[in-house]
Design a protein around this ligand. Structure first.
Ligand SMILES: Nc1ncnc2c1ncn2[C@@H]1O[C@H](COP(=O)(O)OP(=O)(O)OP(=O)(O)O)[C@@H](O)[C@H]1O
Ligand SMILES: [Mg+2]
Length: 404
């Protein structure tokens, strides 16, 4: 980016690497740059030449950025020069110090080159507006009180700088999150095949197809198989979540009937429920519940709700599945007589890896991904999922999708 007019900028920064990088960025944009290693050197440079802008680090030995700023504001010849603080600090106390010192704006490290240059351009050609003498006000933030200039222009400048920094950091977090998803997706994908081989081979060994194994060995091999099966499921869930988060989840929407769908999917869950002496009941409504959905993906949702209801309930209880049509929606509910979920933990239920204080009643495995995936699948169907739960009475998870 070339500046329309070459300006003279004083860069005050104690780290040689960061100073050099900042100089290059500014020189490449067409500015003239003089470097100083701390506030004292900075003041000396200001005696020697005229500058249009001072960009200063905050934390430096000798004289820090805020002290330099104060010295500049005290000197009538230097006072009009705008000052931008570059800081790794973001606490309100540090910001209040920057405001009091008379900085015009600040940018947080690490910053993107174009974000820095935009801010530089905005400051060049302006003059620092002094704060009305003595007018301060006390503001409270996060339980602390700060005395800051009671000057609207000043306050607005700092609020805007804070806003720009936050927008910038959000953008960076977004990018990092995408990278993390890609990495997680690749790692999960690469782990899938070796795990599948372990699971299949241990099944072969316990099945006796490769010769006899003694009982002790069979027990251990079976644990290898069960654990690799669990890891495979976890890897599949990770793949799902990364696919969903990166926006690459494809839904294959087909006309279906919710009642028939539930009946078809109860089978395997009934085997698990029976083993725990839990009654799994479905009393289908007399009418059809026509719906457009991706049955494969919705199967994941239903299976997770059913497996949760069974996993977090005690033997001898019952789980009811209900389907109801109302106001152009089809509602699917899974109601258990389990432990219930404390109210203050319910808000986090649909966040990845979030497990509540409620534990599986017979040591079943849990990863805390099922509901996060379910919520994203349901949202993809333009539906909603929520829970009603009372500790000691049980939980009902509802899924509502638009009827077709
Ligand atoms: N029906 C329920 N009753 C009580 N607690 C529940 C119920 N369903 C979910 N929970 C709580 O919510 C948490 C999150 O559930 P979620 O289905 O997301 O993960 P999970 O069951 O732990 O693991 P998985 O990824 O295998 O589904 C559980 O760990 C459990 O603490
Ligand atoms: Mg679950």
């Amino acid at each position: 980016m070339q500046a329309t007019q070459s300006s003279s900028i004083l860069v005050v920064e104690d780290s040689l690497v960061q100073r050099t990088m900042l100089r290059r960025t500014l020189v490449d944009a067409g500015h003239e740059v003089v470097e100083a290693g701390d506030g004292v050197q900075g003041l000396a440079a200001l005696e020697e030449a005229r500058f249009d802008l001072i960009i200063s680090d905050v934390e430096m030995p000798e004289m820090d950025g805020c002290e330099l700023c104060q010295a500049v504001r005290r000197d009538p010849r230097l006072a009009p020069i705008p000052v931008m603080l570059v800081t790794a600090l973001t606490s309100p106390a540090d910001l209040a110090r920057g405001i009091m010192a008379g900085a015009d704006t600040y940018i947080t490290k690490p910053y993107r080159t174009d974000a820095l240059l935009t801010r530089v351009d905005a400051l060049l050609g302006t003059e620092h507006q002094p704060v009305s003498a003595g007018a301060t006000c006390t503001v409270s933030f996060a339980g602390e009180s700060y005395d800051v200039p009671a000057d609207p222009q000043y306050t607005l400048n700092f609020l805007l700088a804070t806003y720009e920094n936050v927008v910038e950091q959000n953008r960076e977090l977004d990018q990092l999150n995408q990278q993390k998803n890609q990495f997680l997706g690749m790692a999960a994908h690469d782990m899938r095949n070796p795990l599948f081989v372990i699971e299949q081979f241990s099944a072969l060994l316990t099945g006796g197809m490769l010769g006899d194994v003694v009982a002790e060995q069979a027990k251990l091999i079976d644990r290898i198989r069960a654990n690799s099966e669990f890891m495979l499921r976890l890897v599949d869930e990770l793949l799902d979540i990364t696919k969903i988060e990166s926006g690459t989840l494809q839904l294959d929407m087909q006309p279906s009937d919710m009642v028939e769908f539930v009946e078809r999917n109860l089978g395997l869950n009934r085997v698990v429920a029976d083993a725990k002496d839990i009654t799994l009941a479905f009393d289908p409504p007399s009418e059809f519940a026509p719906i457009e959905m991706d049955a494969g993906k919705m199967e994941q949702v239903l299976n997770n709700l059913l497996s949760n209801a069974i996993k977090y309930s005690h033997p001898g209880t019952r789980v009811d599945v209900l389907v109801a049509l109302s106001d152009g929606h089809v509602r699917l509910s899974v109601k258990d007589q389990g432990q219930g979920i404390p109210e203050d933990e319910q808000a986090e239920l649909f966040t990845p890896f979030q497990q509540t204080s409620v534990r599986a009643t017979e040591g079943e495995k849990s990863t805390g991904l099922g509901l996060a995936i379910s919520k994203r699948i349901v949202s993809g169907h333009r539906g909603r999922i929520w829970v009603e739960s009372v500790v000691g009475t049980g939980s009902t998870f509802h899924v509502e999708l638009p009827a077709s």
